[in-house]
Ligand binder design. Structure first.
Ligand SMILES: Cc1cc2nc3c(=O)[nH]c(=O)nc-3n(C[C@H](O)[C@H](O)[C@H](O)COP(=O)(O)OP(=O)(O)OC[C@H]3O[C@@H](n4cnc5c(N)ncnc54)[C@H](O)[C@@H]3O)c2cc1C
Length: 377
């Protein structure tokens, strides 16, 4: 048993932390509240070459290792939710191509994503199909040497700012797990309108793209017809663990803020941190953080070691870490008293930002369902 990072992983963590603290933190509040992909932030991520960890070797990337993605997400999310999203969406948005695309598709689309010159998005969810993916109604029909796409997606991160979308659509209704196919759709394709944005309680670059007889070449099909669900689930299974790492980063930021505040706030003639009630809160936060971190990195390590069955462990990590982070942030706000509610304070922003993590990439209820299925099978 060895619970330590390798020297390379340690070096990656240190460089991601320096980048986050020195270059991202100064613009984090502004970027996080912008609700758009922040150009300055993307430039920093591109220059730092961190985006290359989201793309395989041979196509402009350093290769995809879930532990590396977790290390980077934890450090970015500790200072900026948007930096974390911008980083990971390059991987999530392009992974269906990595997983099932042809050499030509990979060679054309992945290198600009690794360099940050092309922004990626992953379009699965629809207004009436979230957890129940197979009830989607966006369809794609072959027409000559093209596909015609019709329908509407919802809650698509980076929509409106993205250049390369991987889009899931129904090609074979009634075929169950083989009813979906995956496609590449480029921004600006006639019949594709990604201008409609959504406003969330914590601003997030997100939108509701529409396909109205959107025609794309036959060659934009990823993999084979009917493989869409496999590619979508394969992508989510790989990236789910990294959501846990982002939650750890946000929880860590809240914990550090609470610790600092409790040490410096005086009341009744002493520091807030002298009261046992505060100490117990801090202790619970630290224990939850450690447990969340261990679950996240265990699931990442299992995946990178080539273990086939990590679905349960990835769901353990996502479920526990995102719910723990929400509790930690909530307690951190409580420790700050009124100051924790003040717009612009670190914990106020975290309180809004952490909420999405128990919802996207499989809600907590879906994680519990997945775990229970594994236990009972
Ligand atoms: C910030 C953010 C970013 C996102 N980015 C993307 C993206 O880039 N691409 C993309 O495709 N999607 C994205 N999503 C969408 C996200 O994946 C969905 O919101 C999520 O899958 C849940 O779907 P839904 O919102 O339709 O809720 P629903 O599926 O309608 O669920 C509503 C409630 O029912 C619960 N529920 C579902 N099934 C069961 C059950 N069997 N038993 C009990 N309760 C159940 C859910 O847990 C939830 O509490 C994003 C969402 C957010 C908030």
């Amino acid at each position: 048993m060895d619970f330590a990072f390798t020297p390379e992983q340690r070096a990656l963590k240190d460089s991601a932390r320096s980048l986050a603290e020195e270059r991202i933190a100064p613009i984090a509040a502004q970027a996080d509240e912008s609700g758009r992909v922040h150009t300055g932030l993307m430039e920093i991520l591109a220059e730092s070459r961190l985006l290359r960890y989201t793309v395989p070797e041979g196509y402009g990337g350093y290769g995809i290792r879930v532990i590396n993605l977790c290390i980077i997400r934890e450090e970015l999310a500790r200072v900026s939710a948007q930096a974390d999203t911008n980083f990971i969406m390059q991987g999530l948005g392009s992974f269906p191509i990595t997983l099932g695309g042809s050499h030509e598709q990979k060679a054309f689309y992945l290198p600009p994503i690794a360099r940050g010159e092309s922004i990626a998005a992953f379009a699965l969810t629809e207004p009436h199909a979230g957890s129940d993916v197979l009830s989607m109604t966006t369809d794609a029909a072959p027409d000559g040497d093209e596909w015609a796409l019709n329908g509407r997606k919802k809650f698509i991160s980076q929509a409106g700012d993205a250049d390369t979308y991987t889009v899931f659509a129904k090609t074979d209704p009634g075929q169950g797990s083989r009813s979906l196919s995956a496609f590449i759709v480029e921004q600006g394709t006639p019949g594709f309108d990604d201008s409609q944005r959504l406003e969330l309680m914590a601003p997030h670059a997100i939108g509701e793209p529409v396909f109205d007889n959107c025609r794309i070449p036959q060659g934009n099909l990823i993999g084979e017809r009917g493989q869409g669900l496999r590619l979508a689930l394969g992508t989510l299974d790989t990236f789910r663990t990294t959501v846990a790492a982002a939650a750890v980063g946000m929880g860590q930021a809240a914990y550090e803020s609470a610790l600092d505040f409790a040490r410096n706030r005086t009341m009744f003639g002493q520091q807030l941190s002298n009261f046992q009630a505060t100490q117990f809160k801090l202790a619970d936060m630290a224990v939850s953080l450690d447990a969340a971190r261990l679950l996240a990195y265990r699931a990442a390590w299992l995946k990178d070691s080539g273990q086939e069955i990590v679905i349960k462990e990835a769901s353990f990590a996502k479920l526990f870490a995102t719910e723990a982070a929400a509790r930690i942030v909530n307690e951190a706000v409580q420790i700050h008293g009124g100051a924790g509610l003040q717009k612009g304070s670190r914990v106020e922003r975290l309180y809004r930002e952490v909420r999405a993590l128990t919802i996207y990439e499989g809600t907590s209820e879906i994680q519990r369902q997945t775990i229970a299925r594994q236990l009972l099978s």
